[in-house]
Design a binder for this molecule. Structure first.
Ligand code: 4AD
Ligand code: MG
Length: 445
């Protein structure tokens, strides 16, 4: 019996007979020689059917294979540098072949398809090379984030998905009927992280979060994954140090592990290689001044209007993109106006109109990938803010109690996985960064 292998390991089996199980990605050849590009999820290998090396029945099966037909192939591994595949450079001389199913009329053919068509067939589209590469990089990004935090002494503590109160803005809450009572899908795990640091010091949560965002942009998903570290006795400057170290490590890991995938998606590697410490740190005041300066230098009235901003306003995508484009690396923007940020952010001493917040904007125009802040740890101030926003103290009793029993300064942030994947992979829309995107107008498949 030949050993069953995964194609990623094929280099170790040269000269030996192996069995591979998978799907036909492509088939070429004519007459007595058929080339089957087989993918098994781990990679792709060229399998060669030569009528002299197999039974007539087996050869007929090979000849009749169509794109995405499922098969089990046994044959000898040969090194051949011309052979296509992933890793490539090896082929399998087919000895026998077991047909599981001939796939008829697979809808995603090598020709170009429209985005809507592909999104409707996302359950099949994930098999395509490009999607395969992106989702593998996504998995590495998540692992690298977690590895880095684990190594730094953070503890993974899970937070609930069904929650009694808003964690961010009340305008984007998803309501859930909780046995006749109103509950919401989590917008963030942060508030629970703030409780958990009092038990563990440094924690993070990682999970899906939900925002009923009515905006239809390439940067917004309805369901997205967020990793949120929270640290006791941490200030904004230390928070930026953590973010910077973590992001550099993630990029490094992707470069180290995914040369092939980055090639498949045609990512400019040099841009990623430039992502090293330190990142620039500019204040919101400074960012607004830079935008004003930029506006002065622009002639196009439409572009000018798009970038126009008054001190106190939040950045929209155009402003964020413009600031991010001023740097080759991610840039921190700190001390945003209190009025445009969440209720839990600490006001700056002596300047309460700005708060101890920081966003990390990714280069090449990607914009915000991380949002974070120092949290209000003073009971009265937090109560006042909750009242001011009309959130209702009742649902926040437990959160307020954290400020009664050993309150301490603390800070944390949330990194959006899909925004990070989009930037690192160089994608212009979030829909390809997650296996099954939830968008304003899409929940299928
Ligand atoms: O800035 P946000 O809203 O911050 C929070 O939720 C904090 N509670 C995090 C914390 O401090 N623990 O979201 C954080 C990040 C953003 O920078 C962005 O990357 C991502 O989450 N994000 C979204 N990604 C995709 N679609 C959306 N609708 C997103 N909203 C936020
Ligand atoms: Mg934000």
């Amino acid at each position: 019996m030949a050993e069953i292998i995964r194609i990623k390991d094929i280099a170790r089996y040269v000269g030996r007979e192996v069995t591979v199980r998978g799907w036909v990605y492509n088939k070429t050849g004519k007459g007595r020689l058929q080339f089957i590009l087989l993918r098994d999820g781990s990679g792709q290998a060229q399998c060669v059917a030569f009528n002299k090396e197999m039974s007539p029945e087996a050869f007929e099966i090979a000849r009749g294979l169509t794109q995405e037909s499922s098969v089990i192939i046994t044959g000898e591994v040969r090194a051949d540098e011309r052979a296509p595949g992933i890793p490539g450079g090896f082929e399998i001389g087919i000895r026998s072949i077991e047909l599981l199913q001939v796939a008829n009329d697979y809808p995603i053919t090598p020709k170009e398809h429209g985005t809507e068509f592909l999104m409707n067939h996302r359950h099949l589209w994930v098999r395509s090379n490009r999607q395969w590469a992106i989702l593998r990089i996504r998995a590495t990004i998540i692992k690298a984030l977690r590895d880095w935090l684990d190594d730094q002494g953070f503890l993974l503590v899970d937070t609930p998905i069904i929650t009694p109160a808003a964690g961010e803005e009340t305008t984007t809450l998803f309501e859930v009927d909780y046995f006749g009572e109103m509950a919401y899908l989590a917008q963030t795990g942060q508030l629970y992280n703030e409780a958990n640091i009092m038990a563990f010091g440094k924690v993070y949560c990682f999970g899906p979060t939900f925002r009923a965002e009515k905006s239809k942009t390439r940067r917004h998903l309805i369901e997205f994954w967020m990793l949120e570290p929270e640290i006791a006795f941490c200030n904004l400057e230390e928070l930026m140090d953590i973010e910077e170290g973590m992001v550099c490590y993630v990029v490094e890991q992707v470069l180290e592990k995914h040369q092939r995938e980055l090639e498949i998606i045609e990512r400019d590697i040099d841009k990623l290689a430039a992502i090293t410490s330190p990142f620039a740190r500019i204040s919101y005041d400074d960012a607004v001044a830079r935008l004003h300066q930029l506006c002065e230098e622009i002639d196009d009235p439409e572009r000018k209007a798009e970038l126009a901003i008054e001190w106190g306003e939040d950045f929209g995508s155009p402003q964020e993109t413009a600031i991010a484009e001023m740097f080759d690396k991610p840039v921190f923007v700190y001390h945003y106006p209190t009025a445009v940020k969440a209720f839990y952010m600490t006001p700056v001493a002596g300047r309460p109109e700005i708060c101890r917040s920081v966003d990390l904007l990714a280069p090449e125009g990607y914009g915000e990938i991380i949002g974070g802040s120092e949290r209000i740890h003073e009971l009265e101030l937090l109560e006042a803010n909750i009242d001011k926003m009309g959130l209702g103290r009742e649902a926040y009793q437990w959160y307020l109690e954290l400020r009664k029993f050993g309150t301490a300064p603390h800070a944390g942030f949330g990194i959006g996985i899909e925004r990070t994947v989009a930037w690192i992979c160089g994608l212009n829309h979030l829909r390809e960064t997650i296996p099954y995107a939830r968008l304003l107008n899409r929940k299928y498949p």
